[in-house]
Write a protein that binds this ligand. Structure first.
Ligand code: HEM
Length: 236
């Protein structure tokens, strides 16, 4: 049983679950906690590494993200962003979308047909047929994303009014689409915005000369030879 006072002190997801649902058994809670940890850990660490690499290799993007964080910090030397301020970080939000478009942490998926069916494209699917689809390739298709599909350009996610453009999940498939869509999308953006803004506010990242980043086609997208960077403390 979690009391109101504890609720104020603990913001972790398990405590919040216990507060919302008093009927779960210990086994159910264990399974839920494990599911959330395994679904969120590698996907978020893959995104974080790739985003830091893209930011370090695109100084114009770094400058815009840093400027936005600086405005949120409102002149204080200690940066402490609250959940309610996260919506101000629009450019960072767009940079996360753009990282996830070019480098989806789960680069491919497969599904098996339980019944014969016909896809919207007219392709026939037999019962038991296994289909593999690549979110990595779909995020780089010229007919979907335009001539600059291979460029890292957070601006493509921002409207003229300065808001994030809504892109349907059938087009941006990184979190999948349909009934088995990722349940952690909103949480991922929240956590990544917290992490990236506090990391970039405090540290500067520069690539080690000669180090080449190559993604590997594994179940979770990772870097073949790791990410070699020089990290220095920013003087803010
Ligand atoms: C950038 C981060 C993430 C990406 C790209 C991502 C992507 C995905 C994808 C593609 C699926 C579908 C898997 C399948 O059906 O084969 C999925 C499912 C799921 N994700 Fe995420 N995920 C991310 C972060 C998270 C986080 C942080 C959580 C929760 C803490 C989470 C919770 C889940 C759950 C519970 C499912 C299963 C949904 C279902 O089958 O009904 N994910 N995710």
């Amino acid at each position: 049983m979690v009391h109101k006072e504890e609720q104020r002190q603990h913001h972790d997801i398990l405590t919040q679950w216990l507060l919302a649902d008093h009927q779960s058994t210990d086994k159910f809670l264990r399974d839920i906690a494990l599911t959330l940890i395994s679904a969120g850990r590698d996907t978020l660490s893959s995104t974080l590494s790739l985003l830091l690499w893209l930011v370090a290799t695109h100084p114009d993007v770094e400058e815009k993200i840093f400027g936005e964080i600086e405005r949120s910090a409102r002149g204080t030397s200690r940066f402490l962003i609250c959940k309610d301020d996260l919506h101000e970080l629009v450019y960072l939000h767009a940079a996360i979308y753009e990282t996830l478009r070019l480098y989806p942490p789960l680069p491919f998926e497969h599904r098996c047909a339980t019944e014969a069916d016909v896809l919207p494209s007219g392709h026939k699917v037999h019962k038991g047929m296994r289909m593999l689809f690549s979110m990595y390739s779909m995020g780089r298709m010229e007919e979907t994303w335009g001539k600059d599909c291979m460029d890292f350009k957070p601006e493509r996610w921002i409207s003229d009014e300065g808001n994030i453009i809504h892109v349907p999940s059938q087009k941006f498939m990184t979190f999948l689409t349909g009934p088995r869509t990722c349940l952690g999308k909103a949480m991922s953006f929240m956590l990544l915005k917290f992490m990236v803004s506090s990391i970039l506010w405090n540290y500067k990242f520069e690539m080690v000369e000669g180090h080449v980043v190559k993604p590997t086609p594994s179940m979770v997208l990772s870097m073949k030879d790791g990410l070699k960077m020089r990290v220095s403390k920013r003087k803010v």
